[in-house]
Ligand binder design. Structure first.
Ligand SMILES: CC(C)C[C@H](N)C(=O)O
Length: 557
């Protein structure tokens, strides 16, 4: 498996270009407040930290440090201080910059600031994920190259990237799609793209994604008031509500009428097909990413609300490695698990060797329906989502619906032969949004082919049947049936606790808990569980897209 490289993106500037000069408040109070003017390191000097030239980076680091030290010096006289943004930026760098020298300097500067009596923020989480021990995601580890590359390209490495970096070949194509969706020329303006993602993330109560895209929305010049409630956004964006809701929870209900209402000549406000497909991909991409965020238990970024707390000045306390209330590592010992792996491997081999069992089409359909309607308990009701998310959702009670067991094929089933990504979806996307079909196709292919030929403690294993069972199970939950696939295999290969995890993550991601994550594949590596997450996320994305693309095709005809 070739590990692709990340394309060079332009560093997107965070913060302001000009340091604001201090309006000498003369106050000697060192407590933090958002409102006052403060000296900030300029965006430019932060951008230079990401220079590909090592010397230039070193100089930039010196300059940045100097600037911060000057701020601290001025602060001593009570006339200037570091902004909250700068402090949070330092905190992020100190925790997740893959360049060791930058990380260490940022930590050092935070310590000096604290010794100077400045209230410094500390991250509340112990690492990128509440489920995966931070040491497994160590930035010095194996995935260093892709993280450095990602930092140099994007100016930051977030928790999502750190976890995805367990699978570098996937990460690089994921970043390419992300870049194309949000940065390259396209039918929708940049701030709108992020707002569409905010709306999509809110459906799954995913405050991580809501905050990431809210920040990017503001940086793209978006109107802050839209973030305080969907009712402040333009009618055209709000008209995506129904599609957003169906895409997130019951995409099989999307019909050509839904498309028509948005794009037909009389529609007011009217969406062009290109704009609509851009929005649809943004929504579907974000919904599935929410599955990943919840499924990997991502912790808030240090600069998210709920991601940091300010330390009272105390020279003795170093702002590093706070204990994490969220962290939980319930991995039991390998012993009993070993037997489970053996059994699973035996079943995989048997299935591969099995002659095509004589089985009628009706029986195949029944097996599919049985999987689809099997009752898997997923509803662990979480507390209400934070207000910052709730104000962005309409009809929050609309969710994925379980299928009542039926003896016959349910009308909402889509036969993969009738509408598939390869034969239909791909070319439609390519036509309406050039290149995007290609990016998505690459993502699907990388995920389908991703394997390390490894299962827990065993090497040289062909894991195809297991990966395929996962993919087909998710499509089954979304009502997509492959005529030539025997859904009996799903039961043989996917243990119940795995089904609980997969179904929760794919259909009710906001209900995923550490307990559900730790309960399945107890003896597998975390990277293998993340691999399973990637399969779920991509299968879900493709399923949602297929229904929408089929409706668009029907509308165009
Ligand atoms: C999802 C995992 C079971 C995949 C497996 N570790 C492989 O290398 O193929």
């Amino acid at each position: 498996m070739a590990s692709g490289s990340i394309p060079s993106f332009t560093f997107k500037a965070y913060g302001e270009d000009n340091p604001r000069q201090v309006s000498g408040s003369g106050s000697s109070s060192r407590h933090h407040s958002d409102s006052e003017s403060e000296i900030c390191p300029t965006t430019k000097s932060l951008a230079r930290l990401c220079s590909r030239d090592k010397d230039e980076r070193a100089t930039a680091l010196e300059k940045l440090s100097e600037k911060i030290l000057v701020c601290l010096e001025l602060d001593r006289t009570g006339s200037a201080r570091l902004s909250k943004e700068t402090l949070l930026h330092l905190l992020r760098l100190s925790r997740s910059c893959p360049l060791q020298e930058v990380r260490m300097r940022a930590t050092e500067l935070l310590c000096i600031a604290q010794e100077e009596g400045i209230e410094v923020p500390r991250a509340l989480a112990s690492g990128p994920s509440a489920f995966i021990p931070a040491k497994e995601l160590l930035i010095e580890g194996l995935n260093q190259d892709i993280l450095v590359e990602s930092f140099l390209s994007l100016g930051q490495v977030d928790h999502l990237t750190m976890v995805m970096a367990l699978h570098p070949s996937y990460l690089s194509c994921f970043l390419r799609t992300q870049h194309a969706l949000f940065e390259l020329d396209g039918p929708l303006p940049r701030d709108w793209r992020h707002y569409v993602s905010v709306m999509a993330a809110a459906r799954h109560h995913c405050s991580y994604m809501v905050q990431q895209h809210s920040k990017a929305f503001l940086e793209a010049g978006g109107d802050e008031s839209w973030l305080s409630g969907i009712k402040h956004a333009p009618v055209k964006l709000r008209s995506l509500h129904t599609l957003n809701k169906l895409l997130a929870h019951r995409p099989w209900l999307i019909t050509q009428q839904h498309i028509q209402e948005l794009v037909c000549a009389g529609a007011e406000p009217r969406w062009s097909l290109a704009e609509l497909i851009h929005a649809v991909i943004l929504m579907a991409h974000t919904h599935s990413l929410c599955s990943f965020v919840w499924g990997c238990g991502l912790n808030p970024e240090p600069d998210h609300i709920g991601g940091y707390a300010f330390h009272p000045p105390s020279p003795s306390h170093i702002p590093r490695s706070p204990h994490s209330p969220a962290h939980e590592d319930g991995r039991p010992e390998l012993v009993d698990g070993a037997v489970e792996v053996e059994v699973l491997m035996k079943r995989m081999v048997e299935l591969q060797q099995q002659q095509e069992e004589e089985c009628t089409q009706e029986e195949m359909v029944t097996r599919f329906e049985r999987q689809r309607s099997e009752s898997i308990p997923t509803a662990v009701v979480r507390g209400a989502p934070p207000e910052l998310v709730l104000c962005l959702v309409e009809e929050p009670e609309f969710r994925y619906e379980d299928f009542a067991p039926r003896g016959e094929q349910s009308p909402s089933t889509m036969r993969a032969q009738d509408y598939s990504w390869e034969d239909h979806g791909f070319s439609l996307v390519q036509r309406l949004l050039p290149d995007m079909g290609q990016f998505l196709d690459e993502e699907f292919q990388v995920v389908s082919n991703l394997t390390y030929n490894r299962m827990a403690m065993h090497e040289d294993v062909d894991t195809y049947t297991l990966r395929k069972a996962l993919w087909n199970y998710i499509h089954c939950l979304y009502g997509i049936r492959y005529d030539d696939y025997d859904y009996g295999s799903v039961n043989v290969l996917l243990e119940r606790s795995l089904k609980v995890f997969v179904k929760t993550m794919a259909c009710h991601p906001e209900q995923t808990t550490a307990r559900i994550y730790h309960a399945f594949w107890r003896h597998f590596r975390h990277s293998e569980k993340v691999h399973a997450n990637l399969i779920v996320m991509e299968a879900r994305l493709q399923a949602a897209l297929l229904y929408t693309l089929r409706s668009i095709t029907a509308y165009i005809k």
